[in-house]
Design a protein around this ligand. Sequence first.
Ligand code: NAD
Ligand code: UFG
Length: 333
Amino acid sequence: MNILLTGGLGFIGSHTAAVLAGEGHEVVIIDNLCNSQRQTLGSLEMIAGKKFPFYEGDVRDLTLVKSILQDHQIECVIHFAGLKSVAESGVDPLKYFDNNVGGSITLMEAMQAANVKKLIFSSSATVYGIPQYLPYDEEHPLSPMNVYGRTKLQVEEILQDLSRSDPDWSIVCLRYFNPIGAHESGLIGELPQGIPNNLMPYICQVVSGKLPHLNVFGDDYDTKDGTGERDYIHVMDLAEGHAAALAFTRDHKGWEAINLGTGIPYSVYDLINAFEKSAKQAIPKMVKERRSGDLPIYFAKVEKAKNLLNWEAKRDLQLMCDSSWKYQQGAKR
Ligand code: NAD
Ligand code: UFG
């Protein structure tokens, strides 16, 4: 199929591009490089052994997006392009609503005009909010606790309304849990700018000597060892989940939300221990106050993805840490 990846040079988009190209799909990328680098395109082309048509541009540019859809006879769009910092979204909400919600609306308008009606959207487990029960299934009430999460929920709702208005649409909202890890080649991975917010990239920078120690945000939660527990998923499993969702859209019409996780929660200390094995060195750490807005524990119910997409995560926590470390060692930042 001819597929457009918005935000295709970012962390999840680049791994998905590698998987889809490996399956023989024609992948076209649009990215404004606000949180990625052009060099990722070269790395992707090394992995795939072929060129990808790339547009440095913004999904809010209706004319550009329409012309890409038409020129490349795109059949499905995977919409990764978005801003993802929970903290920044609280400080600058309009920037987040403009980019994440406004960008998605412009993309939908372009798709409608070009008669492209298959869309896979990057949503997040953060749409669920405080767990009423665990694991979160897709029927769990939706009540995001931050602006970023509200942008994701709003786009999900707009997409649902769009599919109600025109039964030709096939829309899949994938609710990611915590993606970490990197491509097995070590050529692409997570490339955060500045000091990372998230646990795995922070650990990588501590182990490579760029940051002095890891701050463990709270060791007094009601969890197995007192630290926060999350459903970490290898980014290559996540990428393969997109390939499975793409196959699903061939015969599907309507709107679905589907969790992509492993269903297994790991603590901050579990991740530190596994990473210490990968890097064969101890990770200096200091226990700090809980980070505001953090939940103690959440993880996915994964049956819907198994049933509808015939997909489940295969890679374990050690492989997530090994691949992140391999990428970090080769990364020049
Ligand atoms: P990322 O920042 O690495 O990738 C996003 C890409 O989109 C970047 O390359 C950026 O330059 C591009 N982009 C942003 N706004 C754009 C715009 N208006 N026009 C064109 N390009 C634009 O993030 P990621 O981790 O790969 O996440 C991809 C998607 O998945 C995002 O929508 C994110 O919100 C969502 N998501 C991520 C996580 C996570 O933990 N990484 C979890 C849940 C959901
Ligand atoms: N943590 C630390 N130290 C750090 C960073 C994180 O102890 O330096 C802890 C957190 O307190 C939490 C766990 O590690 O318990 C995971 O934190 P992350 O920041 O890596 O991930 P979050 O679960 O907070 O959020 C991430 C993304 C969100 C997304 C969500 C989806 O940042 O955008 O996963 O599940 F919505």
